[in-house]
Design a protein around this ligand. Structure first.
Ligand code: ADP
Ligand code: MG
Length: 498
């Protein structure tokens, strides 16, 4: 059971001119394990939503046929389990056990069966905590395993996983994949969306590639599909093994100092951090989960007041404001100097169209409307968002939303850009565009700081790496200004610099 049939299937979301997906013919037999590929915006998530019965008839226009075991998916929702990319949006209850039980209660499972099934599901995903653990205290990887347990408790015949590890650090992603491998039984059908093919291959026996304009481009064993389509897929955004990406080293030595952090205290339970950012330099900040990387990004971005230590902007960055710390600058001044890109782009959007989102910063900094239009048009073009100018930011696919969040930060032309995990969950094409965009900014004399787990990104872009430790940092090369002699928190030596 759990067999899927699509015939000429298409879906157009209400309010969109373009079809999210069209002309898809596909049959998946019960028990098959399919990796579903296609560039960002090809309609992968839309296809999984259709199979999960999550596209109500009045939410768009349908063409063709979609069936699970001969039934409309909207009528057979108990057969399907789905896990999405963003762990936070999927958990509904305060306690872990209740969260898994919620779906069972919803489906009217008899009370005496609920808790045994909850425990079994938690066990299958290797969940390390008791049922009463608070969901808010879980790491992203633990939240995803809990979401997976919630799906498995329903004993689905068809399991749909939409980039379940895209928002996780490498260790968390690994644990989730192990949980999937362990939890699948022989007759569960799996459809997995994942840009990073190498990691996904052990879980699947078949690869299906969606063609962005419509239809299915390739369908077969991984070997056959990658032999015939590997290079084209790599060019379009899929991470295919054996197709590396060329790095973008700096073309000139770094310039003036822009920002320094001195003895910044990073919660929780951490030592202090010192670092310096220069114009024309791309600095990567790495470190284990819980090392305070996102906090550091907020502090450097002037969005948080340091508890201990200080952030100092140079006169080069701040002009006459350089004696005032960035967190005390007025918003328009901050926006012109330091741009921030957050880890979850959705938390950043505040207007109802892509155009307004991009216009917001320039309008706030007092640009005349004609200049605003020109700035926005340029960014829409550069970030491949022109066709989506009127779309609601919250309806964008993951790659589109990420590009919008970066474009938003760039709209006020800040000298320094601070990004928190800018490449999380991105397909290779968006990834490549982000590397090129940041490299261009750096080569034009901007400073770029990226807090990231992405080792490929660091190798492609970073001129210098700072590694946060649980007790301290080690900044890369010795600081030319020599302003840190004798500081106890510094550990000398550079870390994986090109
Ligand atoms: N709820 C929605 N409302 C309107 N448009 C949407 C919605 N969800 C997705 N889209 C659009 O449908 C297209 C396909 O998106 P999606 O299925 O998310 O692609 P993928 O998962 O392959 O990246 C995109 O252009 C996206 O902006
Ligand atoms: Mg998607």
């Amino acid at each position: 059971m759990g067999g899927v049939l699509l015939r000429g299937f298409g879906w157009r979301h209400a309010g969109r001119r373009a079809w999210a997906l069209r002309g898809v013919d596909l049959r998946v037999e019960a028990g098959e394990r399919v990796l579903l590929l296609g560039p960002s915006g090809a309609g992968k998530s839309t296809l999984l939503s259709a199979l999960a019965g999550l596209l109500p008839e009045d939410s768009g226009e349908q063409e063709g046929l979609v069936e699970i075991d001969g039934l409309d998916p909207r009528k057979g929702r108990e057969r399907v389990g789905i896990v999405f990319q963003d762990p936070e949006t999927q958990l509904v209850m305060a306690r872990c056990g209740d969260d898994v039980a919620f779906g069972l209660e919803n489906r009217g499972v008899p009370t005496d069966e609920i808790w045994p099934r909850v425990d079994e599901a938690l066990h299958r995903v290797g969940f390390p905590y008791p049922r009463d653990r608070n969901t808010a205290a879980l790491s992203g990887g633990e939240q995803q395993r809990l979401a997976l347990a919630g799906a498995l408790a329903l004993r689905p015949e068809l399991l749909l996983l939409d980039e379940p590890t895209a928002n996780l650090d490498p260790a968390g992603a690994d644990l989730v994949r192990q949980a999937v491998a362990r939890a699948l039984d022989a007759d569960t059908t799996l459809i997995l969306v994942e840009h990073r093919v190498a990691e996904a291959l052990p879980l699947v026996d078949r690869v299906v590639v969606l063609e962005p304009g419509g239809g299915v481009r390739a369908d077969g064993t991984p070997e056959a599909v990658f032999a015939a389509h590997g290079a084209a897929l790599a060019a379009e955004g899929v991470w295919v093994p054996g197709h590396p990406i060329a790095p973008r080293p700096a073309t000139a030595a770094p310039g003036d100092l822009l920002l320094t952090a001195d003895r910044l205290g990073l919660p929780p339970r951490l030592g202090s951090t010192d670092l310096a950012v220069r114009a024309g330099e791309a600095l990567a900040v790495r470190g284990p989960n819980g090392a305070g990387k996102s906090t550091l990004a907020l502090l450097l971005g002037g969005l948080l007041r340091p508890g201990t230590g200080r952030v100092t902007a140079s006169a080069e960055l701040a002009g006459t404001d350089h004696r005032t710390p960035p967190h005390r600058w007025r918003a328009p001044a901050l926006a012109r100097r330091i741009g921030s890109v957050f880890q979850d782009p959705e938390h950043q959007f505040v207007t109802s169209t892509v155009f307004d989102e991009l216009a917001l910063g320039p309008r706030r900094t007092g640009q005349p409307e004609a200049a605003v239009k020109e700035t926005v048009a340029g960014l829409l073009e550069r970030l491949r968002l022109a066709a989506l100018a009127a779309a609601n930011p919250y309806t964008l696919s993951g790659g589109e939303a990420r590009r919008l969040s970066v474009a938003t930060a760039l709209a006020t032309a800040p000298r320094l850009l601070i990004c928190d995990e800018p490449t999380f969950g991105q397909d290779r094409r968006t990834w490549r565009e982000l590397v090129d965009l940041f490299a261009d900014l750096r080569d034009a004399g901007h400073g770029v700081v990226a807090v990231t787990h992405d080792a490929d990104f660091v190798a492609a872009l970073a001129d210098r790496t700072v590694t946060l430790q649980r007790a301290a940092t080690s900044d890369g090369p010795a600081d030319p200004a020599g302003d840190r002699a004798g500081r106890p928190a510094i550990q000398p030596g550079r870390d994986d610099i090109r």
